[in-house]
Design a protein around this ligand. Structure first.
Ligand SMILES: NC(=O)C1=CN([C@@H]2O[C@H](COP(=O)(O)OP(=O)(O)OC[C@H]3O[C@@H](n4cnc5c(N)ncnc54)[C@H](OP(=O)(O)O)[C@@H]3O)[C@@H](O)[C@H]2O)C=CC1
Ligand SMILES: O=C(CO)COP(=O)(O)O
Length: 336
């Protein structure tokens, strides 16, 4: 919708004919954005070739679990000049790959000029209402990120660039885990203090893992880090928060996912991040607690009690890590 509002010709691929017809004739997408109108210039098709051919940019917005399959369908039509963009938020269980890594793996050397990630606090409902929204466009190829920034920017939609692809993708994926946890504690009846604690300590563990993978610590204070964490943990639009809330009121995971009818990325991401944190030996107590609740049937109240009862810690150690390795080493010398 943002691209079409900016005057670009937008072709959207869907795997279902009824959805393509609805977008082309009613200019709506009732199953996913009930009550909203889409720009009438958007053309939908179930033929991925028709959508990809003649384009400059290809934007993937499918759930993480559909990224590889969608890339395989697209592959025959991706050319050297294409900039590939994605706005999905997740990590692949089993491989611990970020979305851009999965996309790159599905391409050969002759395909695609650059990969750009869009991430930040941007619930689709509010973007469609033209509420002020700010996001980050990130790529190792900063000119490509700037090009995408130029495509999307308008009076309601402001885009910043950032070359830290790892930090941007990790922040976007991991905030869903924390939002799921906060929904759960809200469902259990915990208060605002608990919510603030989980958001703050959640950001600390997101940053700890991201830094270990090579992210710029400052990215986690930006739109794709703190910004998206705030919106996902506090907005009525968040599916991750809503799913967590339902779990907190005693529903089973399978029943909750069935009811949601939309993707809840935080569930798969919890599994993927739990695996990754073990491989890299990064302490992520909130993710670990949520993993036990989601996949091992642990009682959430017991998990919360265990989180609160862990050994004593110094808060600032993580901040020093956030400020970089050199600072952290100096901090450790001083504290000794
Ligand atoms: N919604 C939001 O506000 C935001 C979402 N995101 C991210 O965008 C990604 C997608 O989320 P969202 O659109 O909300 O998810 P939804 O669950 O609302 O919609 C998923 C869409 O992807 C399609 N889809 C699912 N699986 C496949 C597949 N295997 N092949 C082709 N199409 C498929 C669905 O089509 P069908 O009906 O045929 O199943 C549907 O159109 C997620 O990673 C999410 O975190 C990022 C920012 C904001
Ligand atoms: O990423 C999002 C907003 O920026 C969407 O979050 P949910 O998937 O929890 O709705």
């Amino acid at each position: 919708a943002v691209l079409a509002d900016n005057g670009h010709q937008v072709k959207i691929w869907t795997r279902r004919q009824e959805q393509a017809s609805e977008i082309n004739h009613s200019h709506t997408n009732e199953a996913y954005l009930p009550g909203f109108s889409l720009p009438s210039s958007i053309q939908a098709s179930t033929d991925i070739r028709v959508c990809a051919e003649g384009t400059q940019y290809i934007l993937l917005v499918v759930p993480t679990k559909a990224i590889r399959d969608t890339m395989k369908r697209l592959k025959p039509f991706i050319q050297k000049h294409h900039i590939l963009i994605h706005a999905s938020k997740g990590i692949e269980p089993g491989t611990s790959k970020r979305i851009s890594e999965m996309m790159d793996e599905e391409l050969n050397d002759e395909q695609g000029r650059a990969t750009v990630v869009l991430s930040g606090p941007s619930h689709a409902e509010e973007v469609c209402e033209k509420q002020p929204t700010t996001i980050t466009a990130s790529s190792h190829v900063i000119d490509a990120a700037s090009e995408v920034q130029e495509l999307l920017m308008n009076q309601h939609f402001r885009v910043y660039t950032n070359e830290d692809l790892i930090g941007v993708e990790m922040g976007g994926a991991l905030k869903n885990v924390i939002a799921l946890g906060i929904g759960l504690t809200d469902g259990l009846g915990y208060g605002d203090n608990a919510k603030a604690a989980l958001m703050t300590r959640g950001l600390a563990e997101i940053a700890r893992l991201g830094i270990k993978l090579g992210a710029n610590p400052l990215t986690f204070t930006g739109l794709s880090g703190l910004g998206d964490l705030i919106v996902t943990c506090t907005s009525k639009h968040s599916r991750n928060w809503r799913a967590g809330y339902k779990l907190g009121t005693g529903k089973e995971l399978d029943a909750v996912l069935e009811e949601m009818n939309m993707v809840v990325e935080g569930v798969r991401t919890t599994k993927a991040v739990h695996e990754l944190s073990k491989q890299l030996d990064v302490e992520m107590p909130i993710t670990e607690a949520l993993f036990h609740v989601l996949f091992e049937g642990k009682d959430p109240k017991e998990a919360a009690n265990q989180l609160m009862g862990r050994v004593k810690k110094h808060e600032v150690e993580n901040v020093s890590l956030l400020l970089g390795h050199e600072f952290h080493e100096k901090w450790q010398e001083c504290s000794e």
